[in-house]
Design a protein around this ligand. Structure first.
Ligand code: 13P
Ligand code: SF4
Length: 344
């Protein structure tokens, strides 16, 4: 079993397979859309969603003038948004980041259960031991981590800005301790030549993309471009026509000169890709499939816990607020502010 798969319990997998929004009939959908729209106005709240949440949540986010983006854009949007309340549809680290960057705002999530295998795979206490062992190294952590982990980091990065920040640190002749995603870490190492010591953790979704299956699918569609999120294994990344954050991949799907794409990231991203290029065809990159350790292939099981129903409840009752203590916010804000103000 791949190390990261230990975070997937059977109950989570079953709920994920059942599909939270899949059972909605049109009437329920219309009622929920109406209720969410009215209560957002009544409660002075805005939806901030990630591209991996259910397309229906992306749709209601657009219809209510909320925001959909990659994790860096979501972080930036929160502090510029006018409403007092933000409802973050994504996973826990995205909501915590919004709270750290805008401590005066109230941040809510449709469910507290939505986390990330990278966050789970990098407990702050364990990382502290590693950090103490290598005091000469700059600690760079991926945004997919807890507030406690961010609080001990020199830098926080997302996939959209990681390469530039690592390059800068490398130019200053500094060595790096990187956590937690080993695949993204090794991609950055190759791209920049930086001296990086890598934490051993992975994303349960991206780790499942398989190079052999991708080669077979490419043989069937030789004219297709390949889009890959850098949390994927290096053999998969090496076949890509574009590698980058979710926003980067969406732009590439619009701008690159292909009419077909094979996409190695969460399949909810197809909603935005198809919206921007309705004439193009999109195929899921092959995964280990149901015979492998991951039964949740090509869709993040934790992103999938956000539903129209729990979103409606959250917007109506302002339930599930994210609270962090003020010392933690102050500490974690330092590397996050550095990332936000880094000029590329
Ligand atoms: P992005 O920063 O590219 O949106 O990715 C976040 C994420 O969790 C990918 O799995
Ligand atoms: Fe975490 Fe992977 Fe889900 Fe992204 S897709 S939130 S990295 S588990």
């Amino acid at each position: 079993m791949e190390a990261s798969s230990r975070f997937l319990n059977t109950e989570l997998i079953d709920r994920h397979k059942a599909g939270l929004n899949g059972q909605l009939v049109e009437k329920d959908k219309d009622n929920l859309f109406k209720s969410i729209t009215e209560n957002l106005v009544m409660n002075n709240a805005t939806l901030v969603s990630h591209y991996y949440v259910d397309p229906l949540i992306q749709q209601i986010t657009e219809e209510t003038n909320g925001f959909i983006g990659d994790s860096l854009e979501m972080a930036k949007f929160g502090s510029n948004c006018q409403t007092e309340n933000l409802i973050v549809c994504g996973v826990k680290f995205m909501a915590e980041t919004a709270k750290i960057l805008s401590p005066q705002k109230h941040i809510y999530v449709p469910t507290y259960e939505s986390t990330c295998s990278l966050d789970l795979g990098c407990p702050a206490a364990d990382l502290k031991i590693m950090k103490d062992k290598y005091p000469e190294r700059i600690l760079v952590v991926y945004a997919n981590t807890s507030a406690e982990v961010k609080a001990m980091a020199d830098w926080v990065v997302t996939s959209s800005i990681a390469k530039e920040i690592i390059e800068e640190i490398h130019l200053n002749d500094q060595k790096i301790l990187w956590a937690p995603d080993k695949y993204l870490g090794s991609y950055l190492q190759k791209e920049t030549g930086a001296d990086m010591l890598l934490w051993d953790s992975a994303c349960v979704v991206h780790e499942e993309f398989k190079a052999s299956g991708l080669r077979d699918l490419k043989r069937l569609h030789p004219d297709a471009g390949i889009l890959v999120h850098p949390e994927s294994p290096s053999e998969v990344i090496s076949m890509a026509d574009a590698v980058g954050s979710t926003s980067h991949l969406i732009k590439a799907s619009r701008d690159l000169d292909f009419n077909k794409f094979i996409v190695a990231t969460d399949k909810s991203i197809f909603y935005k890709m198809a919206q921007l290029s309705p004439e193009k065809e999109f195929f899921e990159a092959p995964t280990g499939g149901s015979s492998s350790s991951c039964k949740s292939c090509a869709h993040c099981p934790w992103m999938g816990l956000n539903s129209l129903t729990n979103l409606d409840e959250c917007v109506r009752t302002l339930a599930n607020e994210i609270n962090l203590n003020s010392d933690l916010i102050q500490q974690a804000k330092i590397p996050l502010d550095k990332m936000i103000s880094f000029n590329v």
